[in-house]
Structure formats: structure tokens, C-alpha cells
Write a protein that binds this ligand. Structure first.
Ligand code: LLP
Length: 417
């Protein structure tokens, strides 16, 4: 469910025409719907309502302050993977006690920052990290609230590059090691083990691997308790897929919640979730304009958006539906859709059947609200793409373009160069 639809023949985001946004903000630009963000958060939260779970939006999916603030106003927490993401979550109004700090490469400085901020929990991924956390907490005379991230050896996800739960990835520790680390943390005056965490992949379209991983986590929880170790939280990660148009719909939040309730039935534990894509994916589009058409046996549409603006097709062979902003009944034809970047991989779609588009026309890449703007770069000396947030009949440019002049202002030419 999202709030992008045609009204009087023009694709709208809520009450605003994408043509009007292109005129005001220029292209390429990301456009987000507040109503869709809120709806996705609410549906997820309500499905899990009986458990009063912490729903911590995975900021890596969309780190725009206005997007985080929209969710924070609904009560969302934040799942973060760097000091920068913690700073963004705090600035957007997420209370520190709803912030989870994850990731394999946290530095001592970042751990200290998180402890001083008073985050809800730090998800520890290795022995070495736990030792560093203990030392940092000792130096601050603090007690670090932590969860141990377990690698349940169940891989899942829409692409090999976004599967994290397999035993061979860099994420988490084995169950055996998690149990011994937990006991060690319990005995450490500067560590306060609260629970266990798991996340097995992203764009997961099948509940079975998630259910297997969560049953495994329940088993570990019961084992810790039978060993006399208190555990009050389970962080079950993110990963629920979204429909990208060319594939069957993934399980709904209601089906996901029913599975959680089945697996966790009768277990007294506070749950946390870290959904990213499920909340932001369908809440955003990438708005782009056709620059020209190269006549080949199969026409090539050259857009003003490139892989630097949306890298998912080049990086994960991801499919994004492409819609003309002006609806047309003219016959569709097969085209290739590419960007202006000097890379063969800068291709969004090959042999895609699309409504006819001519130079100057606008097109929208659907389901681009997650892992879109956050992965954008200035490659080929391009401006960093703008972001726009819509609410009802209003919209605002919530990140203006970062111009090449501004980028160059950070650089110097040494006098010996
Ligand atoms: N928690 C942890 C520990 C994660 O590693 C991730 C995503 C999430 C939560 C959020 O997962 P989600 O609910 O969004 O599936 N750039 C890739 C996706 C990378 C996901 C990395 N981890 C893409 O564009 O598909």
C-alpha cells in the first residue's frame, strides 16, 4: 500500500503532482510520502501491539532527518550502524533510549559516543568488540547495555550481497560463543547483558528462514535462563521484503506478526525489531527526466538519473518499476533505460516494456525510498541528489542538492601540485 497514484492522468505523491515537484525541485530527486511512511510504521507496530515491541527503524535504509522525524513522531526508535546514524536519529527526535547501535566495525570513539548518549542497547558482534566495549565503559565508569548478535547459520534474503545470517558472513557469533560471551558479560561490572540479537538478511520473501532463526533464538534464551543468566530482550532484526512489482508479494506484517506470536508464545521477553525497507521502500520514488533517446534497433532512453543516484540495479540486479509521470494510452514498446554515467553498468532496465517517453518527459522509479538516497554519491562530479517530503497537499525540499561548487570548496590544491 502506498500513496503514489495517477490523478487526472498525472502521477501524484499524496495530493501533490510529481510534475509540480520536478518543476520546483528539479530532477533527479527522491520524493517521499509521509502518509506511506506513517502507515507502514503503524501497521507493523499494531500487528505486534500485544507485545509492546520496540520498532527501531533501520536508519541505513533512509537517513534523511525529515523521514526519521516523521517516524520518531509516531514513537519509532532507530537502529543505527555508525556514530553518524546515532547523531541523525538524535537530531530527528528519537530518544536515546530507543536507539540500538549495531554493526561489526564500531570504533572505541563510537562506542564511547553511544554510551554517553545513553542508547538502549549496543549489539556486540565479536569477542574483540566486547573486550573493547568493556574497556570503553570502564574508562567512562559506565555499564554498557548490550545484546550479543548471534549468527544462527540460516541465510536468507533477496540477493547474495544482502544475506547476513549464513555462517560464512562477517556478522554475529556462533550460538556456542554467544552463550559463553553472555556469561562473561554478566560477570563484568562494566557490561550489562540484556539480550540476544539476530538479523539474517534483507528483502526476505519467505517466513520459513525467519521462523527457523527465531525458534533458534528462543532456544538460546531458554538455555541462558536455565543456566541462571537473566535475559530480558530479544532483538529480531529487520529483513521483511517489499513488493518490487515483478515478484510475488512478500508476507504481510500481519503474517509476520502471527509467526512471531507463534514462535514466542508463552515466552516473557521484550522484543525489538529493526525494519528498514518494509517502512521506507514503497514510501519513496526517484523522479527523473528523459534527456534523449538513442535510436538503436531497441531504443535506449537516457535519463538524468544515474547509478550514482540509485545504485540498486547495478549492485544487486534489482528491479524497479518505471512509471511515466504523465499517463498515456499509447502502445508500449521495449526499451533499455540507462543513466548518464560513464559505466556500462549504468543501466536501470534492459528490454523493459514501457509507455512511450520522449526527451523532457518525467519518469518515476518506484519503491526507491529504501537504500536509494542513502547510497547515492557524486560520482562523475555530479550534484548529490535532492530529497523531497510530501504531506497531503504540501511538500518541502528536505535535502537540497549538494552542488559541485560546494563539493569543490572542501578541496585544496597544494602549492606544490
Ligand atoms: N538490522 C540489521 C542488523 C541490518 O543489517 C539491516 C540491513 C537491517 C536491520 C534492515 O534490514 P531491512 O529491514 O531493510 O531489510 N542496500 C541493500 C540492503 C542492505 C541491507 C543491510 N542490512 C539493498 O539496497 O537492497
Amino acid at each position: 500500500m502506498n500513496h503514489f497514484e495517477y490523478r487526472d492522468g498525472v502521477l501524484h505523491c499524496e495530493g501533490v503532482s510529481l510534475a509540480a515537484i520536478a518543476a520546483a525541485a528539479g530532477t533527479p530527486a527522491y520524493v517521499y510520502s509521509s502518509a506511506t511512511l506513517e502507515r507502514h510504521y503503524d501497521v507493523f507496530k499494531q500487528a505486534l501491539a500485544p507485545r509492546d515491541a520496540l520498532v527501531a527503524f533501520a536508519v541505513k535504509a533512509n537517513a534523511n532527518l525529515a523521514v526519521i522525524a516523521t517516524l520518531a513522531a509516531r514513537g519509532a526508535g532507530a537502529d543505527t550502524v555508525s556514530q553518524g546514524e546515532i547523531q541523525r536519529a538524535l537530531r530527528a527526535g528519537v530518544p536515546a533510549n530507543r536507539i540500538i547501535f549495531s554493526g561489526v566495525g564500531k570504533t572505541a570513539e563510537e562506542l564511547a559516543f553511544a554510551l554517553k548518549a545513553g542508547v538502549y542497547q549496543i549489539n556486540v558482534e565479536s569477542i574483540a568488540e566486547m573486550e573493547m566495549l568493556s574497556a570503553v565503559a570502564a574508562s567512562l565508569n559506565a555499564q554498557a547495555p548490550l545484546a550479543i548478535r548471534v549468527n544462527p547459520d540460516v541465510g536468507a534474503g533477496g540477493h547474495e550481497k544482502i544475506s547476513t545470517g549464513g555462517g560464512a558472513t562477517k556478522f554475529g557469533v556462533s550460538a556456542e560463543l554467544a552463550l559463553s560471551l553472555y556469561a562473561r558479560a554478566h560477570a563484568d561490572p562494566h557490561l550489562s547483558p540484556k539480550g540476544l540479537a539476530v538479523h539474517i538478511g534483507s528483502q526476505i520473501r519467505d517466513l520459513a528462514p525467519l521462523e527457523a532463526a527465531f525458534r533458534f533464538m528462543r532456544g538460546l534464551t531458554e538455555k541462558l535462563r536455565s543456566d541462571g543468566l537473566p535475559i530480558e530482550r530479544l532483538d529480531l532484526g529487520g529483513g521483511l521484503g517489499v513488493p518490487y512489482f515483478n515478484e510475488p508479494d512478500p508476507p504481510s506484517p500481519a503474517e509476520y506478526a502471527a509467526m512471531i506470536n507463534r514462535v514466542m508464545d508463552g515466552l516473557d521477553i521484550k522484543l525489538a525489531f529493526e525494519p528498514g525497507r518494509m517502512i521506507a521502500g514503497n514510501a519513496g520514488v526517484l523522479l527523473s527526466r528523459v534527456i534523449r533517446i538513442q535510436a538503436r534497433p531497441r531504443p535506449i532512453l537516457v535519463l538524468d538519473a544515474g547509478l550514482n543516484d540509485l545504485i540498486r540495479p547495478a549492485m544487486y540486479e534489482a528491479f524497479h518499476d518505471i512509471k511515466p509521470v504523465r499517463e498515456t494510452s499509447a502502445p508500449q514498446a521495449a526499451v533499455d533505460v540507462v543513466g548518464p554515467i560513464c559505466e556500462t553498468g549504468d543501466i536501470f532496465a534492459r528490454n523493459r516494456t514501457l509507455a512511450p517517453l520522449k526527451p523532457g518527459d518525467l519518469a518515476a522509479f518506484m519503491t526507491a525510498g529504501a537504500y536509494g538516497a542513502v547510497m547515492a554519491s557524486t560520482y562523475n562530479a555530479r550534484e548529490l541528489i535532492a530529497e523531497v517530503l510530501v504531506r497531503g497537499d504540501r511538500f518541502e525540499i528536505v535535502r537540497r542538492r549538494w552542488t559541485v561548487e560546494e563539493q569543490m570548496a572542501l578541496e585544496t590544491i597544494p602549492d606544490w601540485a
